[in-house]
Design a protein around this ligand. Structure first.
Ligand SMILES: Nc1ncnc2c1ncn2[C@@H]1O[C@H](COP(=O)(O)OP(=O)(O)OP(=O)(O)O)[C@@H](O)[C@H]1O
Ligand SMILES: [Mg+2]
Length: 408
């Protein structure tokens, strides 16, 4: 039987579990998926373990039934504003034969992990930006090169220990071991970016329900990443407060009639919405709805733009922005982003995989589909998977942690 990979995207508004089979070389086939409304999640992090666990269970069970198999391990997305990225360097002597091996690459990444972190934070990823073999710099693939010293320039991505452990617990309660926690914008990038965009320089902006995640790529590698605590729920909240409407009514109004560009909305159109203090629905100009949404959307894009500038990346993203996540579907958002950033902007939908149901080909599934692609690119293709299976990165982390507890 073919190898099975499972991805679980635990978002602020929905949980999505997708099961795929690896068929042939580098080809995934979707065999089942499940989706449930999130519970116990705020701004991308678990705030109620029992509720989040139940929502995850529902999505997983649905996926397992559709795929007609149960899953024991999964790749799980992680986000939240507790995530931080910091640059780090590492270097090691190249082993026997002076030819860089996969083992040397693993060792140099391990060396780059050695950064000072407060005790309440832990490392989620070490993502290489580029490698150097002796004086030859800027290498994307050092394996097979001849030399004496291998160095890496990496991004170390860390998260708050509490947020990490709570998420792990919600998954493990279902008897599912976490193969790897993957930063959500990295997963989304896998699903929606083209290789040409990554090489040229691009920023993927995943605008979800509770967070907006940013990942910038240059020369094919991750340059910088950040998660901000603003998402589609804030757009809805502003409408609810602005119009005096219940949250759910405001959400429906946003989905049906919303726009992020008030100037594009005909001035003479009215829409109805249930408001507090009235017995029946109330009439509001559609342009007012767009005006309220535009203010918040502008703020969200401005935050992203400021972070891009802060990272020293400004002007280095000729491929511009790729907007994804559920909120990227808000009409007018792409145009607003284009006007504000003066960059090329497109909306990213996940790459098509074999037997992929059309329901998954929407921006809000970028993270889920991307987790599968991440799994394939970073684990399957980087060596012997069955060996890794016996000792997952998570287990390695546990082992390292246990080792640290031992005296001397
Ligand atoms: N057509 C649409 N227009 C505007 N907003 C939309 C549309 N469709 C979905 N959304 C919004 O997208 C958000 C959900 O997106 P998504 O599923 O990507 O979030 P999530 O993964 O649950 O949350 P997060 O990643 O922030 O933790 C909701 O706020 C929803 O209102
Ligand atoms: Mg999401």
């Amino acid at each position: 039987m073919a190898d099975t990979i499972c991805a679980i995207d635990v978002g602020t508004t929905k949980v999505c579990a997708i099961i795929a089979e690896v068929v042939g070389e580098e080809r995934l086939e979707i065999v089942g998926y499940g989706r449930a409304a999130s519970d116990g999640m705020t701004k991308g992090v678990v705030t109620n373990v029992a509720a989040a666990t139940a929502a995850i269970g529902q999505a997983v069970e649905e996926a397992e039934q559709a795929a007609d198999r149960s899953i024991g391990r999964a790749y799980v997305g992680i986000a939240g504003s507790h995530i931080q990225a910091q640059p780090s360097k590492g270097a090691v002597p190249i082993g026997r034969n002076r030819i860089v091996s996969a083992e040397d690459v693993a060792r140099v990444k391990e060396a780059a992990r050695a950064i000072a972190l407060p005790h309440n934070r832990e490392i989620i990823h070490v993502v290489p930006r580029s490698y150097a073999v002796d004086e030859q710099e800027d290498l994307q693939e050092p394996i097979g090169m001849h030399g004496f010293r291998l160095a890496v320039d990496a991004q170390v991505i860390s998260g708050a220990t509490g947020a990490v452990r709570n998420l792990l617990r919600c998954i493990q309660t279902h008897g599912i071991e976490v193969e790897e926690l993957v930063l959500e914008p990295l997963a989304s990038g896998e699903a929606v970016l083209t290789e040409a965009e990554r090489d040229m320089g691009v920023a993927v902006v995943d605008m979800g329900g509770g967070t907006t995640d940013l990942a910038m790529f240059m020369k094919g590698s991750l340059w910088h990443t950040m998660v901000v605590d603003v998402g589609g729920q804030h757009l809805t909240h502003d409408l609810a407060v602005g119009l005096g409407a219940p949250f759910e009514a405001a959400e429906q109004l946003k989905l049906r009639f919303g726009s992020a560009l008030a100037s594009r909305v005909p001035p003479d159109q009215d829409v109805t919405v249930d408001v507090f203090g009235e017995n029946g629905p109330s009439t509001v100009p559609r342009q007012l709805v767009a005006e309220i949404l535009e203010v918040r959307a502008e703020e969200m894009i401005d935050l992203v733009l400021r972070e891009i500038k802060r990272s020293g990346y400004d002007g280095l993203a000729p491929a511009g922005l790729v907007l994804t996540g559920g909120s990227a579907q808000l009409p007018g958002l792409r145009e607003l982003a284009r006007q504000m950033t003066q960059m090329p902007v497109r909306v990213g939908i996940p790459a098509s995989l074999a037997k992929m149901p059309p329901d998954l080909r929407t921006p809000d599934n970028a993270t889920g589909v991307g987790l599968l692609l991440w799994a394939m690119h970073n684990q399957w293709l980087s060596g012997d998977f069955s060996e890794r299976r016996q000792r997952s990165p998570f287990m390695e982390r546990v082992m390292r942690w246990l080792k640290n507890l031992l005296p001397g």
